[in-house]
Structures are given as structure tokens and as C-alpha cells.
Design a protein around this ligand. Structure first.
Ligand SMILES: *Cc1c(COP(=O)(O)O)cnc(C)c1O
Length: 409
């Protein structure tokens, strides 16, 4: 059995090369935040950036800000900074709208690149919005929709497959899929690969250019810490940009938006992935939030992420023998979160939140705990799991107050 103790936690914290990055965040006292995979914490520079955006840029400079304060170039600028974190060279990522909207854009654009194929494959355990958008796109373009675990992709992919859409990490179990291997399988069948990196960007390195992904999308409010409703992003590699027929032909994606033409001509390059007026205030918040990644190597982030999740698994093995670790134990297959199965998962999560340990519940029986390496230490994990053990052993979760289902779980 692996050694797991408070002393080990302090030892690991003392040797953590990312320990100082925590100071780049504003975190509440007495809270251990294990939900950075759902809503990242507040980077310390964001309030001033938002204040400046509202008072000086909007309030003072008004519409001249589109040129003078760089609002027009903001979506591409932020896109490039996100691109660096997911292995995309500049000029291939555009920031804007929601992940759901960008999924629609990417699914349709890729399907249109394979007009003689009629099957769309998606992960049957994937995030609901990914499946719902795939259903709608299949209906709209008259495609057959197949749902399968990425593990079993080779059993269904074939000559009729146009697009395969997969999330990089399973949002429930935390399983990290083998993206290079799956992308190469998809390409061997002449199909196109769309990756949803919502649970990857900012916690694990990804090599979009290197694996030859055909498109990717992701959100910015999880490990990218862009704040509630932060704009999402789309990756469209250079080789597909001129052929990509994106369905949402908003005027910002026009070749010459201020000619105000009556008909759409797409811009050259990633600019065609713009849609309408961006969410400038949210995007400026996100731009400031991304400063926390300055000088941070994703290799270090990944190394710490794996150590944090391993520490948590070791704790469960040592002290919580009745709790099942659903997340894969092999490093290569583990994303940034741990899912624990327990019949009373909902009440346990509520009891933890009442003690200031914030995680979340995923139906029907998972306690989902996210480990954001930029602001979480090993002693935090130790303390959180001591609470978890106490909540379970004492039966504290049986308090009726913890049984009531709230709207957002
Ligand atoms: C969080 C998440 C989303 C969120 O979609 P929104 O449109 O931003 O609400 C989509 N897909 C995956 C895989 C996610 O994890």
C-alpha cells in the first residue's frame, strides 16, 4: 500500500515547482475548492481588468475601443493564447460564443468536408450537449448517428464515417482517451476527428497540430479560469481553413465586414470562424485570466495533476476501502479529476460543501472531485479527504438537510 500521510502532503507541497502560482488567484479562506473542473477560481488580475474594460474602455473610450483598445482583434488574440496550451500554432484558434455553438460549427463544417459519407460517430458517454448537438446535426444533414465508447471505435468506424467527435477526457469518470491513437484510427478510415477539450485545456497538454486533429472546441470557464459564461473557442487547422464551410455565417466572419455586402464571402484563415459581435467584457476577463499561465509549462501542470490525483487515489485505498475509484489508475488514462462511486454520493457532496470542501455530484452515484494544479496543494487534498472520511464514517451525510436536490448539482 502506498504511503499517504499529512507529512507526505507537506513534503510534496515543499517541492512543488508550481506552488507559488497559487498567489495568482483570489481564493476564499476556509474553502478547499475541488470544482475547478467545472468553474475555475478567480485569477487575481481579473477584477481590475474588468473594471478597466467597463470604466475606461466602455465608459470613456466608447466605440473607439474597437480600434483603440483592440476589441476587434481580441477573439484571435485570446484564441492564440489558448492555442499555446493545447498544441495549436498561432492563427488556428478563434475565441467566442459557447462550446455548444462551436460544436455545431465544427460538426457541420467537418461533415461538409466529407459530403459522400453519411455517418457521424460520437461518444455515447460524452457530455450531454455534445450528444444533443450531434443529434441535431445528424438530423439536419441526414446523417446516421452512432454512439459508442471511444474504446470501441474500431468496431463501428468504416468507409461511410464522415466525422468522429470525442471529448478528450470523460467528464464523469475522468478517463483520458488516447487522442493520438484514436485520431490515427479515424484518419486510417478517411474520416475526420473533432476533439472537445473542455476537460483538457489548462490541465493536460494536448498536441492538436501534432496529432493532426481536424477540429477542436473547448470552453474557457473550467481549467482556463475565464469565469462564469466565459467565451468558448474553436480550432480549425490551417489545412482545412479555406475549404471549411462553417454554417454560422455571421458578419464578423466575412472577408470584408465593413463593406457591408449583401452576400457572405468568408474571410481567409481563422478569421472565418468568427460569428457575430463577441462578448467583449467576458473575453477581456478571460484574456486577463490567461495571465496565470504565463511562464507555466503544461508539462509541469500535468506532472502535478497526476501526483495530486494519485495522492487522492492512495488516500481512498488506504482509508476508504468501501469507496470505488471509477477513474483509471494508469497515469496515461487519467485526466484531472477523480470520480468516486457511492450510493449516497449526492448527500456526501452536500455534506462536504457544508464543511467548505466544494466538489460536485454527477448522476446517478458519482462524487466528482477536480484537482486544479495551479491553485491546489497536497495538504489541501489531504484535508479534503480527511473531511470525506469523516463524513462517511460518522454518517454525517445522512442529515436530511443534505438530501434535497438543488437545481444545479
Ligand atoms: C463543460 C462542457 C461543455 C459545456 O458546453 P457549454 O456550451 O459551454 O455549456 C461542453 N462539452 C463538454 C465536454 C464539457 O465538458
Amino acid at each position: 500500500m502506498a504511503d499517504v500521510s499529512r507529512e507526505l502532503a507537506h513534503h510534496l507541497d515543499a517541492r512543488d515547482p508550481l506552488a507559488a502560482v497559487k498567489d495568482r488567484f483570489t481564493l476564499p479562506d476556509k474553502v478547499i475548492y475541488l470544482d475547478g473542473n467545472s468553474l475555475g477560481a478567480l485569477p487575481a488580475g481579473v477584477p481590475d481588468a474588468v473594471d478597466d474594460a467597463v470604466r475606461r474602455q466602455w465608459g470613456g473610450d466608447l466605440i473607439t475601443s474597437w480600434n483603440g483598445n483592440g476589441w476587434w482583434t481580441l477573439p484571435g488574440r485570446v484564441g492564440d493564447r489558448i492555442g499555446r496550451l493545447v498544441g495549436a500554432a498561432p492563427g488556428q484558434v478563434m475565441c467566442g460564443d459557447s462550446t455548444s455553438v462551436q460544436l455545431f460549427q465544427a460538426l457541420v463544417a467537418l461533415a461538409r468536408l466529407r459530403p459522400n459519407r453519411h455517418t457521424l460517430i460520437t461518444d455515447g458517454g460524452g457530455f450531454p450537449t455534445d450528444q444533443y448537438l450531434a443529434e441535431s446535426v445528424a438530423r439536419m444533414l441526414d446523417l446516421r448517428l452512432l454512439r459508442i465508447s471511444p474504446d470501441a471505435l474500431d468496431t463501428v468506424i468504416g468507409d461511410d464515417t464522415a466525422v468522429v467527435a470525442i471529448g478528450g477526457v470523460d467528464y464523469r469518470t475522468g478517463e483520458l482517451w488516447d487522442a493520438p491513437e484514436l485520431t490515427s484510427l479515424i484518419h486510417r478510415h478517411g474520416a475526420l476527428a473533432l476533439w472537445d477539450l473542455a476537460h483538457v485545456a489548462g490541465v493536460a497538454p494536448f498536441d492538436l497540430d501534432g496529432i493532426g486533429a481536424d477540429a477542436a472546441v473547448g470552453c474557457s470557464y473550467k481549467y482556463l479560469n475565464g469565469g462564469p459564461g466565459a467565451p468558448a473557442w474553436i480550432y480549425l487547422p490551417t489545412r482545412h481553413q479555406n475549404a471549411a464551410d462553417l454554417p454560422l455565417t455571421g458578419w464578423h466572419g466575412h472577408a470584408t465586414p465593413f463593406d457591408l455586402d449583401d452576400s457572405f464571402t468568408p474571410a481567409v484563415g481563422i478569421e472565418r470562424a468568427r460569428i457575430g459581435t463577441p462578448h467583449v467584457l467576458s473575453m477581456l476577463a478571460l484574456e486577463a485570466a490567461l495571465d496565470v499561465f504565463d511562464g507555466v509549462d503544461m508539462v509541469d501542470v500535468r506532472a502535478k495533476s497526476l501526483q495530486l490525483t494519485q495522492f487522492a487515489i492512495d488516500y481512498v485505498d488506504a482509508f476508504l476501502p468501501d469507496v470505488e475509484v471509477v477513474t483509471p489508475r494508469q497515469d496515461a488514462r487519467r485526466g484531472g479529476q477523480i470520480a468516486l462511486r457511492h450510493r449516497e454520493a449526492y448527500a456526501i457532496v452536500q455534506a462536504l460543501i457544508a464543511r467548505g470542501v466544494i466538489g460536485d455530484f454527477r448522476a446517478p452515484d458519482l462524487v466528482r472531485l477536480g484537482f486544479a494544479p495551479l491553485y491546489l496543494g497536497f495538504a489541501d487534498v489531504w484535508d479534503a479527504f480527511e473531511h470525506l472520511r469523516d463524513v462517511i464514517e460518522s454518517g454525517a451525510y445522512r442529515d436530511p438537510a443534505f438530501a434535497t436536490r438543488r437545481t444545479v448539482t
